[in-house]
Structures are given as structure tokens and as C-alpha cells.
Design a protein. Structure first.
Length: 121
């Protein structure tokens, strides 16, 4: 499992950490390479809270050419992850896996260490 830490942390900013399994990291690398974004681009991960504190959060992923100026940029094994300031705070500690199930199909699985709602409330 790769733990992604920010490339740089400004003074007074709390570091953000994501835990990516080897299969998730490899799948992200493949996706970025297919779009010719592996060198300069990255994968943006976002989280929006569900309804109320007990609602299921909604995760989003999109490949981008470059990070925004206020993004937290995490990097491991040549893969860059971009997080906007609000999502970075909410996603801290997230575990991301790539699963391939004969009955459920393939896709990313998100697991937050603070339960379904994460730090959104």
C-alpha cells in the first residue's frame, strides 16, 4: 500500500494522507498513461458530504492536465493526486482500492477511517 503525502506542506497547513493499494495505484497509472497525463497531469479526487452527518458521502474522480493553484498535490510512484482544499480536509486518511469482482464488476472502492461520513461534519 502506498501512502501519499503532500509534495510540500506550507507552514500551518495540516498534512493530508491518502492510502492507495497497489492495485489502485496501478489502475490510476494506467488511466493517466492512456490519456497521456502521466508526466504532467494527475487524478483529482473530490468528496461531497451526503445529507446530514449520517449521509453517505459522494466521491468523484477526474483526470486533469495540471493542479489548481490552491490544490494539495500528493505523489507516489509517479502518480499525482490533486485535492481541492475542502476535499483534502474531508479525504484525509481515505483508503482507495481497485477491486475486480466476478459478481460486482470492477471499480474503485473508497473506505474512510472515520466511517461513512468521514470528516464532513
Amino acid at each position: 500500500m502506498a501512502v501519499l503525502d503532500p509534495e510540500h506542506v506550507e507552514s500551518g497547513v495540516t498534512p493530508v494522507r491518502l492510502n492507495l493499494t497497489a492495485s489502485a495505484l496501478e489502475r490510476i497509472r494506467e488511466m493517466l498513461a492512456e490519456e497521456d497525463l502521466l508526466e504532467e497531469g494527475g487524478l483529482r479526487i473530490t468528496m461531497k458530504p451526503g445529507a446530514g452527518c449520517s449521509g453517505t458521502p459522494r466521491f468523484g474522480m477526474v483526470m486533469e492536465v495540471e493542479p489548481d493553484d490552491d490544490d494539495t498535490v500528493l505523489e507516489a510512484d509517479g502518480v499525482r493526486i490533486f485535492l481541492d482544499p475542502t476535499s483534502a480536509w474531508a479525504l484525509d486518511g481515505l483508503r482507495l482500492d481497485w477491486v475486480d469482482s466476478p459478481t460486482m464488476g470492477s471499480g474503485f472502492a473508497f473506505q474512510h477511517p472515520r466511517g461513512r461520513g468521514g470528516r464532513a461534519c
